[in-house]
Design a protein around this ligand. Sequence first.
Ligand code: QV4
Ligand code: CA
Length: 512
Amino acid sequence: MKLLILVGLLCLSFAQHNPHFRHERTAIVHLFEWRWADIAAECERFLGPKGFGGVQISPPNEHIVLDSPWRPWWQRYQPISYNLCSRSGSEDEFKDMVTRCNNVGVNIYVDAVINHMCGTSGGAGNHSSCGSWFNAGNEEFPSVPYSSLDFNDKKCLTGSGGIENYSEIFQVRDCRLVSLLDLALEKDYVRGKVAAYMNMMIDLGVAGFRVDACKHMWPGDLDNVYGRLHNLNTTWFPSDSKPFIYQEVIDLGGEAISSSEYFQLGRVTEFKYGAKLGNVFRKWHGEKLFYTRNWGEGWDFMSDGNAVVFIDNHDNQRGHGAGGASIITFWDSRLHKMAVGYMLAHPYGVARVMSSYRWDRHFVNGKDQNDWMGPPSNGNGSTKPVPVNPDQTCGDGWVCEHRWRQITNMVIFRNVVKGQPHSNWWDNQSNQVAFGRGNRGFIVFNNDDWDLDVTLNTGLPSGTYCDIISGQKEGNGCTGKQINVGDGGRAHFKISNRDEDPFVAVHVESKL
Ligand code: QV4
Ligand code: CA
């Protein structure tokens, strides 16, 4: 009996760790600032066919609209109401996206901003994405409705009313994060409003949530909110499926609040992952790729079952949040492909790929003055659609890392090797390494300044395989390099350090 109760409790608390991917898929792409109409189209024309498991979307709630700076991306992290009406589109467009993505097996994960509303200096009026009236100074948000009774003001004991010291946990959770009006999540009323917002989207078919700014909310309050959530919509998901929850907690070590406080509630973003792998691929601080032999928990990361991993995110690709200069973004495309390839080949964590837009970077003393710039937009501030070029790349400033052949093919690799162990490790005691995933896939990296030329045990069945980095399998041939695996699973690899992409990957479905 005791055992049964224990098993029951474990199942309950770990239910929210499951992304509910369909068709054995394994990866999430963050389509940062995309319009719902474009996401719906992308699910059908690309993400479904290529085997992406889900999309993280930008916050869908009604948000403030700012003139100075002009329509920054971060205005969407300043909620005005829970109407599904944002820069990305209307409620009808949201519903259409969820339905169409679900119909091709691609999950939608919502970025839920529930710690706060807009900033104190948000003013009064209806400069919001759907024209809802609000008054930031009086803490009035009638479209929810929230009033000054629903905020944490009195609970916060700092002079400024804002977070002044991150080593004081009461401040971090009860005071204002960069002046954002802090919701009193201890109140039943506030919990109810937040849960209703999330439930409305669960009922429409979303599969889960990236919960924003969790460090700034008490785990007990979150537990209460999550406990109110409906099961997923059975049109697309098995009955009794709990929403997937992954919580944004930045914990690079050495802070008063640690990610482990949130593990029993859902998964947590592992920020060490991209920061450390960035150092490794950049070869900073004496790091070498062969040190990643025990990558994952061996590097003091959270346990595998709790982690969501990524190379960069919408904050740290532009100097917000945490991770620092080591973060590798699309601006360093060659390194980015390698680092994302490494992440997707490695079994640790639920992986998320970033998909960005370009902006005019302008550094002054190492700080980008344009880190606020919103997505490619028209003169009236509306977001531009994502056009697809004949070569499958995106136009109009949309980077679409997820469409880069090397990255798309590694998403497929991750699906093909799903459940297989990390195996057949090899290294040259420097920056050349290789590893397999059981007998399903194998990857080799050369991040040294000299050639790699070596015969390795791949664990793969014998045959001729197409490298999915320099090209891929098409019909009966390879468009890039070909790898011959002999009887004992041995294969010869040659990777010049001057190759366009100095890594090679093969899997059983790239076999001729
Ligand atoms: C500024 C000053 C304040 C001042 C205030 C006066 O910084 O000290 O009191 O003016 O009015 C924007 C501006 C910021 C401004 C604030 C309020 O950048 O300068 O305050 O608005 O007007 C995003 C951006 C923030 C942005 C915020 C709201 O990154 O710059 O603030 O949206 O628009 C910590 C947290 C972590 C967080 C990370 C960035 O622990 O949770 O910082 N990450 C998440 C999101 C992130 C988002 C938020 C949290 C807030 O990933 O994108 O912040 O929702 O590490
Ligand atoms: Ca708070």
